[in-house]
Unconditional design. Structure first.
Length: 58
C-alpha cells in the first residue's frame, strides 16, 4: 500500500508548524502544520484503522 502526496506551490506557505514547532517553507495551508507532520498524522490514523480491524481505502 503506497500513498503519494504532492503539494503544489499554492498549497504551501512559510511559517511555524503547530505540531512540531519548527519554522518551515512547507507549511500546508489550512492545516498550519508542516508537510512532514501532516503525513505522519495521516500514517498514524491509517495504522489505527488497520489495528481496529477497519479497512483502509486509498
Amino acid at each position: 500500500m503506497e500513498k503519494i502526496t504532492t503539494y503544489g506551490p499554492f498549497d504551501l506557505t512559510h511559517g511555524k508548524c503547530k505540531c512540531c514547532g519548527e519554522t518551515s517553507f512547507e507549511i500546508v495551508i489550512g492545516e498550519d502544520m508542516c508537510a512532514d507532520c501532516v503525513q505522519m498524522i495521516e500514517f498514524e490514523e491509517m495504522c489505527m484503522k488497520m489495528m481496529e480491524g477497519g479497512k483502509y481505502e486509498i
